[in-house]
Design a protein around this ligand. Structure first.
Ligand code: FES
Length: 96
């Protein structure tokens, strides 16, 4: 099963292929701030520091949301990115 390494938590979890980062983390008791779960609100933005090629392609909705947020090229939304292979994810918590 694919592994997700979550930083800065330094936790490694295994998830079934095709599971989103958000669902995979939540099932293992790791809270990632989120709201819509539909790729619209952007609260669950994360930076992929390794294994970006092992995630599902961005949907149009995710792409538009990230663009609106002025996100970097390595940023994804945890509710949208499905894990297909090993990946390292840096959770970005908004200040304040
Ligand atoms: S929870 Fe809203 S974009 Fe992921």
């Amino acid at each position: 099963m694919p592994k997700i390494t979550l930083i800065p938590l330094n936790r490694v979890i295994e998830v079934a292929a095709g599971t989103t980062i958000l669902v995979g983390a939540t099932r293992q008791g790791i809270a990632i701030t989120h709201d819509c779960t539909e790729g619209i609100c952007g609260t669950d933005i994360a930076r992929i520091t390794a294994g970006a090629e092992n995630l599902s392609a961005k949907t149009e909705t995710e792409d538009i949301t990230l663009e609106t947020m002025d996100a970097g090229p390595d940023d994804r939304l945890c509710c949208m990115a499905k894990v297909l292979g090993d990946v390292t994810v840096e959770i970005i918590e908004e200040d304040g």
